[in-house]
Design a protein around this ligand. Structure first.
Ligand code: BG6
Length: 479
């Protein structure tokens, strides 16, 4: 798909001085601007509850590009970018009327890069400031806190703008390697023939992080790993792995198939879930504190920083196949991957020559880092005896394309500006995701502790039994 310059409009980032804007949005807008992919004539307006001048905001933007842009900073290009920057302080009453003075176009994209508690007041402020007409809204996750609040938020959103002008972001959908799941599955005729319970024995999806909650303690306390990662990033990857081929590659056709997967998830049984929280430990060479000692976190907190669960997708294709989902902070490494295990060969021919254990075929889709795909199969070790070894056929993005994947936020911002919904989450998808975990949210299992730098609490092993988890730092792990 060729990216085109988005139609003329202003871009408004509410929460422009926050973490997300600093680390992701401003650098992404800068890179889109240098690549001529955002409107040439509109303004980029930062809105935040600070008494900043425009110059102050430009300095802040320069710092954030310097620190976080994947391409670094080019001063000349930054000057051209900065010409578009404006800043509007937001008063305590969230009045957005002063925004009018900074707008130059009939059309605008308003990005709500704010904590969830601010969504509703800001949406109401958009309407009260008479800005609803011509506005599209980009809204960050978590979208609601549970099914009921997500439905309420959808109603509030639709009272301001119609669904066609809503872009619910899950930045995993902006990752090249996540989009590649579609091309891998539907751009090759090979996989479809084995992509079902007939050939696949189980699927494991891990989103592991080595970082802790960083400065987000107070916010994370309200959310936890299930709302932060499972309900959105993990469910998005799961739906791409499980969906039926869409009738075309347009937003509605794709999202129709994704939502079917989420609807066919059996309501997650709390007994099939392990919740964990990190205690003090060592990650890499660094000694790190316990979650309960992080700033802004209660000493008695029972918020989970780890979750492992076993799910079933009740569809013709997947009936009986266990899907194991796992995420955690302060795990040994940062690694997101999908591991697809295939059934064992039906007949173990090599037993007669003394080979007892055979390795099953396994496909590993590395979402990040070291992006790529590998297929494990058995091969005969050279020599007079029949010795079988598992070997890997490997594809690496870096080696094949000589480039590292671009930032997810660049693609998503570009698509929202251009009105393309393909990679955004539809109203019914969000609700189906919440519905699948509603019982779990009502009856969360108790917290089990794990030392930072390990693969989560020991109890998580029972979720993977009778096999075991394929830890990314243990390439030999086999079921
Ligand atoms: C965010 C979560 O959505 O994703 C964070 O709120 C998490 O807690 C982050 O750290 C992980 O993103 P990535 O792209 O580094 O996998």
């Amino acid at each position: 798909m060729t990216l085109r310059t988005a139609p003329d409009q202003d871009i408004v980032v509410v929460g422009a001085t926050g973490d997300l804007a600093q680390k992701k949005l401003i650098p992404a807008l800068y890179n889109l601007h240098t690549e001529h992919l955002i409107p040439n004539h509109g303004n980029i307006v930062g809105v935040a509850p600070m008494d900043w001048t425009r110059e102050h905001f430009i300095d802040h933007a320069r710092d954030s590009v310097k620190q976080f842009s994947r391409t670094g900073i080019n001063e000349e290009r930054f000057e051209a970018f900065a010409k578009h920057l404006q800043f509007v302080p937001l008063g305590a009453d969230s009045d957005l009327k002063p925004l009018h003075a900074a707008l130059t176009k009939q059309r605008r994209l308003i990005y709500l890069a704010v904590p969830p508690s601010a969504f509703t007041p800001l949406l109401e402020a958009v309407r009260a400031a008479d800005l609803a007409r011509g506005t599209s809204i980009v809204i960050e996750k978590p979208f609601g806190h549970d099914l009921k609040s997500a439905r309420q938020l959808n109603r509030t959103l639709h009272s301001v703008v119609p669904e066609e002008r809503v872009y619910r972001i899950d930045h995993y959908m902006g990752k090249e390697t996540v989009q590649n799941l579609l091309v891998f599955r539907f751009g090759n005729s090979l996989w479809e023939r084995v992509w079902s319970r007939d050939a696949i024995s189980r699927v494991e999806i891990t989103v592991a992080e080595d970082i802790g909650v960083e400065e987000r303690g107070p916010l994370y306390e309200e959310i936890g790993a299930i709302r932060d990662i499972v309900q959105n990033h993990l469910f998005q990857v799961l739906s791409l792995v499980c969906m039926e081929p869409p009738v075309s590659f347009d937003a509605e056709a794709l999202r129709n198939e994704k939502v079917k997967v989420l609807r066919s998830l059996h309501t997650v049984d709390p007994h099939s879930v392990v919740r964990g929280q990190y205690a003090a430990g060592t990650v890499g060479a660094e000694k790190v504190r316990a979650y309960r000692d992080e700033p802004g976190v209660s000493k008695e907190s029972t918020t989970e920083t780890f979750a492992a669960m076993r799910l079933h997708v009740e569809s013709w294709r997947w009936s009986g196949v266990p899907f194991l989902l796992r995420t955690g902070k302060r795990l040994p490494v940062r690694d997101t991957r999908v591991v697809v295990s295939f059934h064992d060969a039906p007949l173990h021919l090599f037993r007669e020559v003394g080979m007892h254990a055979m390795h099953s075929n396994r496909l590993v889709i590395r979402i990040q880092p070291n992006e790529g795909i590998s297929l494990r199969f058995s091969a005969k070790e050279p020599g007079p005896d029949v010795r079988v070894q598992p070997v890997d056929m490997d594809f690496s993005y870096g080696d094949s394309f000589k480039t590292s994947p671009p930032e997810a936020y660049e693609r998503l911002l570009h698509d929202a500006l251009g009105g393309d919904h393909l990679l955004f989450i539809r109203e019914d998808e969000v609700e189906a995701g919440w519905a699948a975990i509603s019982k779990l949210l009502e009856e969360p299992p108790p917290i089990c502790f794990y030392a930072a730098g390990t693969w989560g609490p020991e109890e998580a092993a029972r979720i993977a039994a009778p096999g075991r988890w394929h830890d990314p730092d243990d390439p030999d792990a086999d079921t």
